[in-house]
Design a protein around this ligand. Structure first.
Ligand SMILES: NC(=O)C1=CN([C@@H]2O[C@H](COP(=O)(O)OP(=O)(O)OC[C@H]3O[C@@H](n4cnc5c(N)ncnc54)[C@H](O)[C@@H]3O)[C@@H](O)[C@H]2O)C=CC1
Ligand SMILES: CC(=O)C(=O)O
Ligand SMILES: [Mg+2]
Length: 377
């Protein structure tokens, strides 16, 4: 199979989907890899390293897309890339389709087989989302601490406090991978940390993990309202796989926060859990202020630490990509239930139930959609 690796074009997105060592693995398995020139530069991988690994370097993105059977990316394609879609193309990347109706329309209309990193699932875990959630979770606490500083628009508090002065209060809503990693860093920074989750089992695990270093609270509107009003920093970290994020923090709750407080809605890639987060921001211009509260809503946070993130992401994506390349998408998905759950679009249909429901499409199970492809191909 020919694997294409375009350079990422989202604002300040410096990750790359395949490293030179990934190229070596593909080539060893008999595949060909087309890498767009400079695709790896932002992550510290030179064009020469890709050439030495056995890749072909391609000048234009259009030629990478046109020449590949499978495109591997990091972020969802942007509108300027939709023209590259074609029937039978395999796309393996983050998609976040519930928050991207136009992308869903383009993928279905053009007959792309699109496999989303974020819905590949093993034993109720999301192995291709986890490393980026670890990165974004850890970043969210340090970013929150930074925007609480006066020169960055915050109220001017140090999360750790100092002897004789109160610590800052951090509330993390959603205690999964992002939330746990946010709490780890916030605890490390010396903050007074509360984690809110809907799952009693998860709250017990968090209590075992952190002991009395954090407060745990059941997720309900009253607990969320009280915790948000008292917080200096709120981190949004809820996920219902594939689905649009539930709006758990209302505009009134945001208005109840003291001016100069900060919210970091990590879940913004699925639409965000904060009502006043009504747009995605970029690394170039990451915040805006509403009701006196600084809002941070960057959907590709790990893109700011590309070396760490590219290595962490490609560690987990490569084995799946090798299966798709080796067996073809139909057989790979038949053989691997985890990968099957990653298929969001196939044969012109939406094949992931939560995405279909949220975007108002008929849901077609993967098996049925892929049968359609195998009959027509
Ligand atoms: N902005 C960015 O750059 C990045 C965003 N993300 C996003 O962060 C979000 C969280 O991801 P993960 O932590 O990996 O998910 P996860 O599945 O590990 O954790 C989600 C948690 O939310 C909890 N939850 C569900 N409904 C809830 C409710 N009503 N109230 C409170 N908690 C509730 C679940 O019990 C679970 O513990 C996702 O949308 C993910 O795509 C991840 C990486 C980077
Ligand atoms: C998960 C995701 O959206 C990211 O890493 O950018
Ligand atoms: Mg995202």
């Amino acid at each position: 199979m020919r694997i294409g690796v375009p350079k990422e074009i989202k604002n300040n997105e410096n990750r790359v989907a395949v490293t030179p060592s990934g190229v070596v693995a593909f080539v060893k398995a008999g595949h060909e890899v087309l890498v767009e020139k400079n695709a790896g530069i932002g992550s510290g991988f030179t064009n020469e390293e890709y050439l030495t690994a056995g890749a072909s370097l391609i000048d234009q993105a259009a030629d990478v897309w046109a020449g590949a059977d499978m495109i591997m990316k990091v972020k969802e394609p942007l509108a300027s890339e939709y023209d590259y879609f074609r029937e039978g193309l395999i796309l393996f990347t983050y998609l976040h389709l519930a928050a991207e109706p136009e992308l869903a329309k383009a993928l279905t209309e053009k007959g792309v087989t699109a496999i989303a990193y974020e819905t590949v699932e093993v034993n109720r875990t999301l192995p291709l989302l986890t490393p980026m959630s670890e990165v974004a979770g850890r970043m969210s606490a340090q970013i929150g601490a930074q925007f609480l500083e006066k020169p960055h628009g915050g109220k001017g508090i140090l999360l750790a406090g100092v002897p004789g002065v109160q610590r800052g209060k951090v509330t993390v809503i959603g205690g999964g991978v992002v939330g746990t990693n946010a709490a780890k860093l916030a605890v490390g920074l010396g903050a007074d940390v509360t984690i809110i989750d809907l799952s009693p089992e998860r709250l017990r695990q968090l209590d075992d993990l952190f002991g009395n270093q954090v407060n745990t609270l059941m997720s309900n509107p009253l607990n969320i309202a009280e915790a948000v009003a008292a917080s200096d920093l709120v981190i949004g970290a809820v996920l219902i796989p594939g689905a649009k994020a539930p709006k758990l923090v209302s505009e009134a709750m945001i208005a109840s926060m003291k001016p100069g407080s900060v919210v970091v809605d990590v879940a913004v890639d699925q639409g965000g859990i904060i009502e006043t987060v009504d747009k995605i921001t970029t690394h170039d211009n990451p915040t805006y202020v509403k009701h006196g509260v600084v809002h941070y809503a960057v959907a590709n946070m790990p893109g700011a630490v590309p070396r760490t993130s590219t290595l962490a992401l490609t560690n987990v994506t490569l084995p799946y990509a090798l299966q798709i390349a080796g067996k073809g998408v139909l057989q790979a998905v038949k053989d691997n239930a985890a990968l099957q759950l990653g298929v969001n679009v196939a044969g012109g249909s939406i094949t992931y139930e939560a995405v279909a429901r949220d975007l108002g499409y008929e849901y077609v199970p993967v098996g049925k959609a892929l049968d359609k492809i195998s009959v027509s191909s």
